[in-house]
Design a protein around this ligand. Structure first.
Ligand code: DAH
Length: 339
């Protein structure tokens, strides 16, 4: 039996040395150490041994088993290492290759400008307000001191849902809602969608405005000029020149239109400003006492100013876009430019 064991060990060593795949190693394990393997076969002879010999041979048997197991194990490690090395050599990864592009979305330019306007407003102490797009005639027109006969109330200028409900035509409606809920002093802005039945090169049935309102004791036209000038400088850059022209709005008295030096030609005169060097940027004025009284304020105790501007227009001027419709066509080539 001792000879058989030593022969088996040598045979196993040789075959393990010659093996070259993990499968071969596994086959050898079965062949030598498996349940029906050669070692098991030899150990069956134990029962024929004498009582003295048995423990000696038993120990030898265990040693051989351990040795073969160790040889198989180290062969396995060796093959695995070689496989890994070969794989590393073959599968070269060129880390200088350009990666796969993933598509990243971006904010719509109107959203981006609205966010900027909100940020500037908040920095200047304005509260951000909100109001419904489906609005009562009362808020959109009546309480803003807009007379019954005013042309903006015509069905050619306003989408009516019923006699007293419309799609709001101006964010000015939120002024009334805000004043009814707040006591002066306050300053607020309200950006949002507005609707008018227009559709041509420079008009779309839905567009965006931002409305502003500041009310308190002794608020003057000088405050209006100072704050709106700073507002515009924050949008278009320090030192951007502005001017105020007298105008009329039913809800402000006196009213003005504010112009900004043409951002394209810097005031020299070009196609965009039609040679004037100025661009109309917003309507503004001192809140009409009739509006203050309509919300229950005392017009001899508080005063305020209001302003409203088109967000599409601001966006077009900021980015040099000359076609309003580009905002609504969702052409990816256009939108991708605003990352
Ligand atoms: N609501 C006006 C419009 O849609 C814009 C406007 C003008 C708003 C003067 C104001 C304002 O608050 O004071 O044309």
């Amino acid at each position: 039996m001792k000879d058989k064991l030593s022969l088996l060990k040598n045979e196993a060593r040789q075959e393990i040395l010659n093996s070259s795949t993990l499968q071969e190693v596994e086959d050898l394990r079965v062949k030598f150490l498996g349940k029906k393997g050669q070692l098991t076969e030899i150990s069956k002879g134990m029962k024929n041994l004498s009582a003295e010999e048995r423990p000696v041979v038993g120990q030898l048997l265990n040693e051989v088993r351990t040795e073969i197991t160790d040889m198989l194990e180290s062969k396995k490690i060796e093959i695995t290492k070689e496989l890994k090395a070969k794989q590393l050599e073959e599968e070269v990864i060129d880390i200088t290759l350009a990666g796969k592009k993933t598509n990243q979305g971006s904010l719509h330019p109107i959203t981006e400008t609205t966010d900027l306007l909100k940020k500037i407003s908040m920095d200047m102490g304005f509260d951000i307000a909100d109001g419904p797009e489906i609005e009562y005639v009362k808020y959109n027109f009546d309480m803003l001191n807009i007379p019954e006969s005013h042309p903006s109330r015509d069905i050619t200028d306003t989408f009516y849902i019923s006699d007293d409900v419309v799609l709001r035509t101006q964010t000015s409606a939120v002024q009334i809602r805000y004043m009814q809920e707040h006591k002066p002093p306050f300053r607020m802005v309200c950006p949002g969608k507005v609707y008018r039945p227009d559709y041509d090169v420079s008009h779309t049935p839905m567009f965006h405005q931002i409305e502003g309102l500041m009310v308190g004791e002794n608020i003057s036209f000088a405050n209006l000029k100072a704050i709106l000038t700073e507002f515009i400088e924050k949008i278009f850059g320090q030192g951007t020149r502005v001017r105020f022209r007298p105008h009329f709005f039913p809800f402000t008295e006196p009213s003005a239109e504010m112009d900004v030096e043409c951002v394209i030609c810097k005031g020299k005169g070009c196609r965009v400003c039609k040679g004037s060097g100025w661009l109309e940027i917003m309507g503004c004025g001192m809140v009409d006492p009739a509006v203050l009284e309509a919300v229950g304020y005392k017009a001899d105790e508080v005063s305020g100013f209001a302003f409203g501007m088109g967000i599409e227009r601001i966006t077009m001027l900021r980015h040099g876009i000359d076609d309003l419709r580009a905002f609504f066509e969702n052409d990816m080539r256009f939108l991708k430019q605003f990352k």
